[in-house]
Design a protein. Structure first.
Length: 282
């Protein structure tokens, strides 16, 4: 598999505080990679290193096979889309005029503005000044700007943090469509439901270290208690261990037409994070 990002023993120290402690991972072309952790875990610092805004203290990070310290040259920047908490928007201009300026910067057709505004559901308010927008709407404008030039690699730092569930779901749909077109997405979040919905693989970052890295499904299977729950028509539930020894019991409930649903008791990503780190995601 072709890697777009390769991180090797990456360390970042500020004063006497180690923020990133020998990170090691790869992100492959066309995948959505979730970088999960609580606030202050080092997610934003990692993005700033990968996009050339910060230099590592030790180790290395490569993007498109180029050291991250060299990635901010024009030939590579046009391949990147970046959404962080630094808006870079002009408050006195409208949404449309902000995006038009970036179209000129990226040398793309202004026709793209309609496409990205539709993705973030702002096409009906494009004449509003940015200064009048709510935090959630501003967040969506920043995402639209990051998508204008159809980047090969998209960095999204908490993209739905200020959005309601309806808009978050719409953004998730758009991200999956981008993935289908071959876009690679590096997504930081502390929303485990978001990670479950869109990510191909996830890394758990805590106290500057990657604690786990795998596909969400594999992680849930690994930490499953190997039981299943039967919900019965009388409102009761029965918990059984998975295995051939309980197959007859399940069969008998089915013959008696007593089963409403059967589901395995796999933990959520949030449950796994708490189990591994001993603390909640906040």
């Amino acid at each position: 598999m072709e890697s777009v990002i390769a991180v090797n023993s990456l360390v970042k120290v500020f004063s006497d505080k180690t923020v990133l402690d020998h990170l090691q991972f790869k992100v492959y072309k066309g995948e959505i990679f979730g970088f999960l952790g609580p606030s202050g875990a080092g997610k934003t610092v990692t993005i700033k290193i990968l996009t050339g805004q910060l230099s590592p203290t030790d180790g290395s990070a490569y993007v498109f096979d180029v050291p991250s310290t060299e990635i901010n040259s024009p030939q590579y920047l046009k391949k990147l889309g970046i959404m962080t908490d630094n808006s870079g928007l002009y408050q006195r201009l409208t949404i449309y005029d902000n995006l038009k300026l970036y179209c000129e910067l990226y040398r793309v057709s202004v026709k793209r503005i309609g496409d990205v505004l539709e993705m973030v559901q702002l096409q009906d308010v494009q004449k509003k000044n940015v200064a009048t927008l709510s935090k959630g709407m501003t967040q969506r404008v920043i995402l639209a700007r990051a998508l204008l030039h159809e980047p090969e690699l998209l960095f999204l730092d908490e993209p739905t943090a200020a959005l309601d569930p309806v808009n978050s779901k719409h953004i998730h749909k758009g991200l999956l469509e981008l993935k289908e077109k071959g876009t690679t997405i590096f997504l930081t979040t502390h929303d485990m439901n978001e990670a479950e919905s869109v990510c191909d693989r996830v890394a758990f970052l805590d106290k500057g270290k990657i604690q786990l890295l795998n596909k969400p499904k594999r992680l849930r299977q690994r930490f499953s208690d190997a039981t299943m729950t039967l919900e019965l028509v009388d409102g009761s539930t029965v918990v059984l261990e998975n295995g051939s020894e309980n197959a007859q019991k399940v069969y008998e409930y089915m013959l008696a037409n007593q089963i409403v649903s059967i589901h395995t008791n796999e933990p959520t990503l949030g449950d796994i994070f708490v189990h591994v780190t001993g603390r909640e995601l906040v």
